[in-house]
Ligand binder design. Structure first.
Ligand code: NAD
Ligand code: G6P
Ligand code: MN
Length: 435
């Protein structure tokens, strides 16, 4: 019987997870689900936790759903630990977005200055969780959703030494659906290969007759006659330049917009900033509405309104990964995992986001090889930036933090890098004991 723990259980995404477990009730012999949160999230935990209990009951299952602020009690003898916490909650995200934007610099929760600060706040906590796991559940799998998911996963595997970690994101799922729809071919008849790092990966697509369909998809999705859509609630639908994507020869991910067409994304974000409607501010209102719904004692299913969050299909990733490990299903998935030579352009021991089957012993990525020079240059820069950010998050070294800021493509170097870093260090002081 399984004991599954979710850290950050008070998240409005929890019904996604519960729905995913219920769908897989025949493959997962769950006995206990533990939702863990902290004092600041207590009220949310109780509301969404009661809703989770109703969902389980409505499905006719006898799973125990425990709500607790005691992480250690929850972790004892756990089989799977999933993480979806946000240090400082949405108020901290508002700062991640608004402080850079107040200087005319891109502010985003997983990219640029905001993303680096989310890493600074989160990495010490994930390493603490791993210390507890070493003592309380040494054989458990860690399934990380906490953003920036790539850096948090790399910190867990490389620095925490927790090899049984899988990092997940819903973005690849959306791209698979998009390709199937555009080609008019069932998703399971297509073969996908993704490679890169979290929120910065590319992919290629083949059909079941062995023909590569990538170039055709580039035309269908980004061609001059197409109205481009990001397919993500949180990403503005600005259009990539078709000629550049065609030259690249790989399908980009939605988040590449922040890099390939940075000025347009920035202009849009500045407009939102001026109206007081940055994504974090909008999400805060969505979250409030969701929790009002969750309070309804009659609601015992995931409400449609949750689709207004960027993380839809989230449970297809988390719950399927758990089912695939537990049953050695070998479901093909895109996972943040240790490179081990999969991408020859990146360090052997770093974490990359790549395709491959999920086995009982974890993810077995397909070989990707190398990137064309135009993609190789920027992915190497991005990985170096991530490694420097992680080092700063662990050591609290100001020079390392400034260096990460300086080389991040979304932060202008020089005085601006330092001004932003200093302001954000003050804004997030209470969550940054290492600095
Ligand atoms: P949220 O602000 O609701 O935070 C979730 C919960 O974490 C809150 O209830 C909060 O109290 C709790 N928390 C904060 N610090 C904690 C700690 N130290 N220990 C335990 N719990 C703690 O966040 P959200 O918007 O629901 O998102 C949750 C997380 O999942 C974020 O990190 C977000 O970036 C991530 N996310 C990732 C993906 C993905 O594709 N990987 C998709 C959606 C969300
Ligand atoms: C996408 C990303 C997630 C991110 C989310 C933000 O789904 O994959 O990593 O957390 O969007 O959505 P939100 O509704 O919080 O803006
Ligand atoms: Mn993601």
């Amino acid at each position: 019987a399984l004991k599954i723990v979710t850290i950050g259980g008070g998240s409005s995404y929890t019904p996604e997870l519960i729905e995913g477990y219920i769908k897989r009730k025949d493959e997962l012999p769950i006995k206990e689900i533990w939702l863990v949160d902290i004092e600041d999230g207590k009220e949310k935990l109780e509301i969404v936790g009661d809703m989770a209990k109703r969902m389980v009951k409505a499905a006719g299952l006898d799973w125990e759903v425990h709500l607790t602020l005691d992480r250690r009690e929850a972790l004892k003898d756990a089989d799977f630990v999933s993480t979806q916490f946000r240090v400082g909650l949405l108020d901290a995200r508002i700062k991640d977005e608004r402080v850079p934007l107040s200087h005319g610099v891109l502010g985003q929760e997983t990219n640029g200055a905001g993303g680096m600060f989310k890493a600074f706040r989160t990495i010490p906590v994930i390493l603490d969780i791993i210390n507890d796991m070493k003592e309380l559940c040494p054989d458990a799998w860690l399934v990380n959703f906490t953003n920036p998911a790539g850096m948090v996963t790399e910190a867990a595997i490389k620095h925490g030494g927790w090899k049984k970690t899988a990092g997940l994101c819903n973005v690849p799922i959306g791209h698979k659906k998009q390709a199937a729809e555009k080609l008019g071919i069932d998703e399971d008849k297509l073969f996908f290969k993704f490679a890169g790092i979290n929120h910065f990966h590319w992919h290629r697509v083949w059909d079941d007759e062995g023909n590569e369909r990538t170039a055709e998809l580039i035309d269908l999705i980004y061609g001059p006659k197409t109205e481009q859509e990001s397919h993500l609630k949180n990403i503005f639908d600005a259009s990539f330049h078709y000629e550049q994507i065609k030259d690249l020869g790989l399908l980009p991910c939605g988040y590449h917009r922040y890099y390939y067409i940075e000025d347009e994304m920035l202009a849009h974000s500045v407009e939102e900033f001026e109206k007081g409607e940055t994504r974090a501010q909008v999400v805060k209102e969505t979250e409030a509405r969701l929790f009002e719904l969750y309070k309804d004692p009659k609601l015992d299913y995931k409400p449609k309104e949750l689709e207004q969050r960027g993380g839809t299909h989230y449970s297809d990733a988390a719950c399927e990964l758990i089912a695939s490990i537990y049953n050695d299903k070998r479901t093909e998935m895109v996972v943040s995992t240790q490179n081990n030579g999969t991408i020859t352009d990146l360090p052997y021991d770093c974490v990359v986001e790549v395709s491959g089957p999920v086995t009982a012993h974890g993810h077995e990525p397909y070989n990707w090889g190398n990137f064309p020079p135009a993609a190789r240059g920027i992915i190497q820069l991005m990985k170096g930036m991530e490694e420097t950010t992680i080092r700063a998050a662990i050591t609290g070294d100001y020079g390392a933090a400034l260096h990460a800021f300086t080389i991040n493509p979304l932060v202008p170097g020089g005085k601006m890098a330092k001004t932003l870093l200093d302001e954000l260090l003050i804004a997030h002081k209470e969550y940054l004991p290492q600095f």
